[in-house]
Design a protein around this ligand. Structure first.
Ligand SMILES: Cc1ncc(COP(=O)(O)O)c(C=O)c1O
Length: 449
């Protein structure tokens, strides 16, 4: 047995290895976290930072540096950071006990609210603590219900850190469909097949030809930042129905953001199972999977030992503090004008980005729907993952890092920029001015990689 040893790591040693680090917070971050980050991307030592607080669409790091936030907790803080109503609801709940690992009055109300939004009223729900768990449970339920093993995903889609989520997430784009490509080591990818987004014929062909083994199609209705072509989601619904395959909507991003009823409401296509997360929690940890009662009922203990039984459990899933925060967030989203505001802010934002591209002479386009936007440095039509590869991704990364250095907080690997109800035209203008400087420098070749 290996004896436990006292850690001897000295953060100052890292500072020495990264001579550009001039503050101890950044050095501590670089020493403690792989790549100076809690996941997804690496930060360079000069960018590594620890956020201390946020309010509205701004945040402050441990040194008190203010940043304008266009990540918004990867989209979870749709009402804005530290929204007073969410803070009050959360605080009031804390003193009543934080977790009982069972249904509470708060999670019951939340469950009923979410079920009422489902086009299929005989839906049932369970809570978990993240979007990753929610999609994982949907996939497992679909496989059990159909007795089939394959899941079809769309190339480039993210469904969380689970196996399907990181299969063909950022593949080479050269593997012939429907073959998967792992985007991480340690991933079981043999039970996933892949199709191009927005190609109804290719999807229908893949679904039909794999019908015998295909349990479900899982789709982000807004594929990363790409809108579904008219009729695409409907065509998936029809192809799934014809092949005895379940349709799973990963609404972790679209839920409560594209409309109160998410993508199902916005695009009018019902799914068999739906995964939620992010905006549902208003910044607190939550996930939910909801869908057809006959599928969800496979998760009853009474079925244990039967061939169609699905284990689902989550210690913190639907805890009363998260549920209370979620109920407060939902009451903010449900207010008259909230979605019209998110739409108009999104339009305004994308238009501002387009203006910067024009003014700085960069070839590119701006995609996005609702309160989301993304710049792609290509003027070729972008409809799916492979067409995004035509964009200059190295330049996009330099732009994102340049924005970060210019005081815009974002996910530098990321693609999407998130707005919230706390953003306004002034924040967008500030973003636009900083982007213009960054892209101006880039054109003049003075940006630092
Ligand atoms: C579409 C989609 N599904 C699932 C997830 C995973 O959610 P979480 O990070 O809460 O596990 C994400 C996270 O970015 C996502 O964008």
């Amino acid at each position: 047995m290996t004896a436990l040893t006292t850690p001897t790591h000295d953060a100052t040693a890292d500072t020495a290895r990264h001579p550009s680090v001039d503050d101890s917070h950044a050095a501590r971050v670089m020493a403690a976290f792989p790549g100076g980050s809690n996941g997804e991307f690496d930060l360079t030592p000069d960018l590594a930072t620890a956020v201390a607080k946020g309010s509205g669409c701004r945040l402050w790091d441990m040194q008190g540096r203010e940043m304008l936030d266009f990540s918004m907790g990867w989209g979870s803080a749709l009402a804005g950071h530290a929204h007073p109503e969410i803070v009050a609801a959360t605080a009031a709940r804390l003193s009543l006990g934080t977790n009982f690992a069972t249904v509470t009055d708060a999670s019951l109300s939340l469950a009923e609210t979410i079920i009422r939004l489902q086009p299929r009223r005989e839906s049932k729900i369970r809570f978990c603590a993240s979007g990753t768990e929610a999609t994982m449970h949907c996939l497992r339920l679909a496989r059990a219900f159909t007795g089939k093993r394959l899941a079809l995903k769309f190339e480039g889609a993210y469904h969380g850190s689970n196996d399907e989520g990181v299969t063909s997430l950022f593949p080479s784009g050269k593997t012939p469909f429907p073959n998967p490509e792992p985007s991480s080591d340690g991933v079981h990818f043999a039970d996933t097949i892949v199709a191009p987004f927005n190609d109804p014929d290719a999807a229908a062909h893949a679904i039909k030809s794999h019908a015998r083994d295909l349990a479900c199609v899982i789709v982000e209705p807004l594929h990363r930042c790409l809108a579904p072509a008219p009729g695409f989601l409907e065509s998936l619904r029809a192809a799934c129905d014809a092949a005895g395959v379940l349709l799973v909507f990963d609404e972790v991003v679209t839920g409560f953001r594209m409309a109160f009823g998410g993508a199902q409401e916005r695009w009018g296509v019902p799914a068999d199972l739906v995964a939620y997360g992010k905006a549902l929690g208003g910044g607190m940890p939550i996930g939910a999977f909801v869908g057809r009662a006959d599928v969800m009922d496979l998760a009853r203990e009474a079925r244990a030992g039967k061939t169609t039984y699905v284990w689902t459990a989550s210690t913190l899933g639907g805890n009363p503090v998260s549920a209370a925060a979620s109920l407060a967030a939902l009451s903010i989203y449900a207010r008259a004008g909230a979605y019209a505001r998110l739409e108009s802010l999104g339009e305004h934002f994308r238009e501002r980005l387009r203006r910067v591209l024009r003014d700085t002479g960069h070839v590119g386009q701006v995609i996005g729907t609702g309160p989301l936007g993304q710049i792609i440095f290509s003027n070729l039509p972008v409809v799916d993952y492979r067409s995004t590869l035509a964009g200059d991704r190295a330049k996009a990364r330099v732009m994102m890092l340049g924005l970060f250095r210019a005081g815009i907080f974002l996910n530098p690997m990321g693609t999407k920029l998130y707005l919230s109800l706390a953003h306004d035209e002034a924040a967008i203008e500030e973003f636009g001015r900083r982007l213009a400087r960054v892209l101006g420098d880039l054109r003049d070749g003075v940006a630092h990689p």
